[in-house]
Design a protein around this ligand. Structure first.
Ligand code: C2E
Ligand code: CA
Ligand code: CA
Length: 564
């Protein structure tokens, strides 16, 4: 189709209408097309987030179509045809659009045709809302959060701007919370965030990354200068800060790296930074650790392992598999549930435990794909057990990053439906780390899932500082008490009292209690008197493959009581 070049007047008109549209469209991306010339203007924000060729485009509809998910393309194409052929005057559709990193964002697009005085289509304009776009602001400190951090980091890499990146964290925040209370912990975080920001402004950005960790991206290249500034900040906080009437001593840890090789992705940079930070925390008592490119062979191996694991996600999940650990009824010791536990294995690295890679991968944008695979595989495997144990519940662990995906609940419903599972036989376990999410969002997800029948458990209860707060604010079906609280129960009276308190709390909020880490019959005998609903632990069974579990239930060993 030959294209008429737009006239200056027509372009001016387009611009003024576009500006008007932009004013009224909070948080949405605007598009406007002069249909006579098929010439459009699109919001700068949209052009940047999807890396579109330009704000002004001829045939923008055709260009955009290339960004749309193959499965959604036809519907989009037909919708647009209907608009341009005059069959329809409005447009309201949802589709997935591809970002520069290859991931798809869910967008809804609403548009309307504006007719000229003769009643002919003149403009087609409207707004696109990107549902996957997350808030970039941390509500506690007001700083940019980890999404902001990653978005800025990607932009430095894309534009090849050399920067130094730091991760600074407050050591022992858990202790501060325990000694002074959660409220003081929050004040320390706010104080620290503000202090960092004041010291970094004009030279870069400050971010709250995760829990007690902050990020800094600065254009200051002088390593000594940065190291000196860290020493000053550290000395300041070590002396103690005044909060209300309290003097709180704060210890810091810090890692740093310089970004001058742009052949890396943001996640690799983050893993290296994390590595330097952990080194500072674990081996260097908080001294600044700079990540050197000349890695020791051990460091390199660890990073390579992580990358091999990460790459497996894109290779059709090669190497990943699930094991299942039985959960038994505390009274009858019959199998009532099994927990799916992730493993990764390959010839070079052997079997790798999830604790070695999940913490590194869970903020990675590709993690939700793995989460979906886990859900699907666990439910498919679970169907095989349900044949023998009809009421079996399948427990599946979630990472907090999965929960904030806008399509998460849909993924859950689809997977349950496709596997032929009953929602009430699915229990999703979430940990304390979900407190990093917006509470309202989390509550909505949990309430929606429970309304559909799915059970929700709070895992590792007691290990973090906000367990009680979470139980108070969110409706859980089950609370799983971490094994660290019962390890010594046979000789330590305090653990008994603690267990009593925990079951009291669970009871107050109407949740069942599962105790993990039952390793001996002695432990079981003591714990069963505390009004517990279920047990899990090596005493009953270690995690086993699905075939092994199947063998157990086929042989009628669905009762795990050792005395029978
Ligand atoms: P978790 O959810 O608390 O899982 C229980 C862990 O305790 C498992 O370790 C299990 O093997 C171990 N365990 C169970 N009974 C006993 C016992 O009697 N004694 C001892 N010493 N240990 C016991 P595993 O499989 O290494 O998993 C570690 C953690 O990794 C899990 O802790 C969970 O937080 C995470 N994880 C595992 N699979 C997944 C997954 O599919 N998705 C996500 N997001 N996280 C997972
Ligand atoms: Ca778990
Ligand atoms: Ca646990």
């Amino acid at each position: 189709m030959s294209q008429q070049t737009i006239t200056d007047e027509a372009k001016k008109r387009l611009d003024s209408l576009f500006d008007a549209l932009s004013i009224v469209s909070e948080n949405k991306h605007v598009f406007l097309c002069d249909m006579k010339y098929d010439f459009s203007r699109w919001s700068k924000t949209l052009v940047e987030s999807f890396d579109l060729p330009s704000e002004y485009m001829y045939s923008a509809g055709t260009i955009w179509e290339e960004y749309i998910h193959p499965e959604d393309k036809q519907a989009y194409h037909d919708g647009l045809d209907a608009i341009f052929s005059g069959k329809q005057t409005g447009h309201d559709m949802q589709y997935r659009a591809r970002r520069p990193d290859g991931e798809y964002d869910i967008c809804t697009c609403q548009g309307l045709v504006i007719l000229d005085e003769q009643g002919n289509p003149e403009f087609f304009g409207g707004a696109i809302r990107n549902h996957s776009q997350r808030s970039h602001i941390d509500t506690l400190t007001g700083l940019r959060n980890q999404f902001g951090f990653f978005s800025d980091l990607q932009s430095y890499i894309r534009n090849k701007i050399p920067v130094r990146i730091g991760m600074v964290g407050i050591g022992k925040l858990t202790e501060i919370n325990e000694v002074y209370g959660y409220h003081v912990g929050n004040m320390v975080l706010q104080y620290f965030g503000r202090y960092l920001m004041d010291n970094v402004t004009n030279r870069g950005g400050t971010y709250r990354l995760d829990g007690s960790c902050f990020g800094i991206i600065t254009t200051v290249q002088n390593e000594q200068e940065l190291s000196d500034s860290y020493d000053e900040i550290r000395a300041f906080f070590r002396k103690g800060i005044k909060l209300d009437d309290l003097d709180v001593m704060v210890e810091l840890n810090a890692g740093m790296l310089s970004l001058n090789d742009f052949n890396v992705d943001d996640q690799t940079v983050f893993s290296c930074l994390n590595f330097a930070y952990e080194e500072s925390k674990i081996n260097k008592h908080g001294d600044l650790v700079t990540f050197r490119n000349e890695l020791t062979s051990e460091n390199r191996r660890r990073l390579e392992k992580l990358h091999a694991i990460r790459a497996s996600i894109n290779k059709d999940f090669k190497g990943f598999y699930l094991q299942y650990q039985p959960v038994v009824d505390a009274k009858t010791e019959k199998l009532i549930a099994t927990e799916a536990l992730l493993r990764w294995k390959d010839d070079e690295y052997g079997v790798v435990s999830p604790d070695d890679f999940i913490p590194f991968l869970e903020t990675d944008p590709i993690f939700p794909a793995l989460g979906e695979w886990i859900l699907k595989t666990a439910l498919q495997d679970g169907q095989r057990i349900v044949e023998y144990v009809p009421d079996l519940i399948m427990n599946i662990n979630l990472s907090y990053s999965q929960l904030e995906r806008t399509d998460f609940t849909d993924v859950v419903w689809n997977t349950i439906r496709n596997a032929g599972f009953t929602p009430k036989q699915v229990c999703l376990e979430i940990t304390e780390r979900c407190r990093l999410l917006d509470m309202e969002l989390l509550r909505n997800v949990i309430v929606t899932l429970r309304a559909g029948g799915v059970r929700i458990a709070l895992d590792d209860f007691g290990t973090g500082f906000s367990s009680v707060g979470l139980v108070k604010n969110l409706p859980f079906d089950t609370i799983k008490i971490d094994r660290s609280f019962v390890q010594q129960i046979e000789k330590d009276e305090r653990e008994k009292r603690l267990l009593n308190n925990f079951t009291d709390i669970a009871g107050t909020f109407g949740a069942d209690v599962c105790v993990e880490g039952i390793e001996t019959s002695g432990m079981r005998d003591i714990i069963k008197d505390y009004g517990i609903h279920s047990f899990q632990g090596y005493y009953y069974s270690k995690p086993v493959t699905i075939d092994e579990l199947l063998e157990l239930v086929k042989n009628g060993a669905n009762c795990f009581s050792k005395e029978i």
